[in-house]
Design a protein around this ligand. Structure first.
Ligand SMILES: Nc1ncnc2c1ncn2[C@@H]1O[C@H](COP(=O)(O)OP(=O)(O)O)[C@@H](O)[C@H]1O
Ligand SMILES: [Mg+2]
Length: 350
C-alpha cells in the first residue's frame, strides 16, 4: 500500500521521459523565454542619469557625493587641489588631472594671457549652462586663471576609436551605442540652440579633430560638452548674427556661408565677411555623426537610414536645413525602427 501511494505521489517514473525529450523540452522553454525577452535584450541599457546632478545655481554634486557643495573658491582651489599630471591642452587651456578630497578632478589653467577673454567667456558659459549636457563645474578662480571641473577618464571624443577598440569596451562598440552617442551629440547642439543663455553657436569647430576635442566621453558612455570658449549669441529677432573668429576659413567641414564669398581675386577682409547663424552647426552634424557611427557591423545600415536627413543638413541654404530637434527625432525613429526589425528577425529565426 505504502509503496503504491509513494509511486503515485511521485507521478511518472523518471525513465518514462527519455533524456532527449527532456533536452528538447528545456530547449523549447529557453526559446520561448528568449522570444518573450527579446525586446529587453535589444534595448541598450539607458545611460544612467548622472546622479541627478540638479543642484541650485553655484553648487555642484559629482560621483557618489550625497549633497550639493558650493563651487570652490580661490582659497579652496589653492589649498585643497593637488595638481597631478597634464592630460590635455588646446589653444586656451592646459588641463591637469588633479585631486580634491581624494576625488579625481580636472584643473584647467589659462595657457596664454592673450586668450584670457576666451577663457572668461568659457567660464561664463560653463556657469550659465550647467546641465546634463555640460561638464560639471566644481569651482574657479579668475585671479589665478583656473577652472575646476569633473574629470572624465575616457577623455575627449578624439580618442573614441582607441577607447572602443580596447577589449574591455567591445560590448559597447555596437551600432546601437554609437547611434546613442550621435543622439547625445545632437541633443547637446539642440540644448545650445535653445539654452538658458539664448541661441548659442558652437564656433570652436572648424575641423573634425578640433570639434571632437571639445566633447568628453563619460564613464557611462554618454557625451558632455566641455569647451565652451567660443559660443557667440544669435538673436534672430534683433538680427544679431555671428562670425566664428576673424580669419578666413577653408574646407568643406565648415558650412558654405562660413567661406569667403568674393572669390580668390578679392583678398579676405573680415569687415566684408558676412555673418551667419546657428545653422552652421547643423551643416557639421552628418560628419560628426558619421565619425561616431564608425565602422562596426550595422553602422552602414544606420547611415543608409540617416541619408535623407543628413542630405537636408547639407543644404546650401541655411534656412532649409533641419533643426537639431528634427534631426534628433529622426535619429530616435531610426533607432526604434532598427531595433524592432532586429527583434522580429530574431523571433522569426526562433
Ligand atoms: N574634465 C576633463 N576630463 C578629462 N579630460 C579633459 C577634461 N577637460 C579637458 N580635457 C582634455 O583636455 C583637452 C583640452 O581641453 P579644452 O577645454 O578643449 O582646452 P582648450 O580650450 O584649450 O581647447 C580636451 O580635448 C581633453 O582631451
Ligand atoms: Mg578645446
Amino acid at each position: 500500500m505504502d509503496g503504491k501511494a509513494q509511486d503515485s505521489s511521485r507521478g511518472l517514473p523518471r525513465r518514462a521521459v527519455p533524456p532527449a525529450m527532456g533536452l528538447l523540452l528545456s530547449m523549447a522553454l529557453m526559446n520561448a523565454l528568449l522570444y518573450l525577452c527579446l525586446d529587453w535584450f535589444f534595448i541598450a541599457p539607458p545611460h544612467s542619469t548622472p546622479g541627478s546632478t540638479h543642484c541650485p545655481h553655484g553648487h555642484f554634486r559629482m560621483g557618489q557625493m550625497k549633497n550639493c557643495s558650493p563651487w570652490l573658491s580661490c582659497e579652496e582651489l589653492r589649498t585643497e587641489v593637488r595638481q597631478l599630471k597634464r592630460v590635455g591642452e588646446g589653444a586656451v587651456k592646459r588641463v591637469f588631472l588633479s585631486e580634491w578630497k581624494e576625488r579625481k578632478v580636472a584643473l584647467s589653467r589659462l595657457s596664454r594671457l592673450e586668450m584670457k577673454e576666451d577663457f572668461l567667456h568659457g567660464l561664463e558659459m560653463l556657469k550659465g549652462l550647467q546641465s546634463k549636457h555640460v561638464v560639471t563645474l566644481l569651482g574657479f578662480c579668475e585671479d589665478d586663471n583656473t577652472i575646476l571641473t569633473e574629470y572624465h577618464p575616457l577623455g575627449s571624443l578624439s580618442s573614441l576609436e582607441a577607447t572602443l577598440n580596447l577589449s574591455k569596451y567591445q560590448n559597447v562598440n555596437t551600432w546601437q551605442h554609437r547611434l546613442q552617442l550621435a543622439m547625445d551629440y545632437v541633443s547637446i547642439i539642440n540644448y545650445l540652440h535653445h539654452s538658458p543663455l539664448g541661441t548659442r553657436v558652437m564656433c570652436d569647430s572648424n575641423d573634425l579633430p578640433k570639434t571632437l576635442s571639445q566633447y568628453l566621453l563619460t564613464s557611462n558612455f554618454s557625451l558632455v560638452v566641455n569647451d565652451l570658449d567660443a559660443l557667440p549669441l544669435v538673436n534672430h529677432s534683433s538680427g544679431t548674427l555671428v562670425k566664428c573668429g576673424h580669419r578666413e576659413l577653408h574646407g568643406d567641414f565648415v558650412a558654405p556661408e562660413q567661406l569667403w564669398p568674393y572669390g580668390e581675386d578679392t583678398p579676405f577682409d573680415d569687415d566684408l565677411m558676412p555673418s551667419y547663424d546657428e545653422k552652421i552647426d547643423i551643416w557639421k552634424i552628418p560628419d560628426v555623426s558619421s565619425f561616431l557611427l564608425g565602422h562596426v557591423e550595422g553602422s552602414d545600415m544606420v547611415r543608409f537610414h540617416l541619408f535623407d536627413i543628413h542630405k537636408a543638413c547639407k543644404s546650401q541654404t541655411p534656412a532649409e536645413r533641419p533643426t537639431a530637434q528634427d534631426i534628433l527625432d529622426t535619429y530616435k525613429k531610426v533607432l526604434n525602427l532598427l531595433r524592432d526589425t532586429m527583434v522580429s528577425q530574431t523571433r522569426e529565426m526562433l
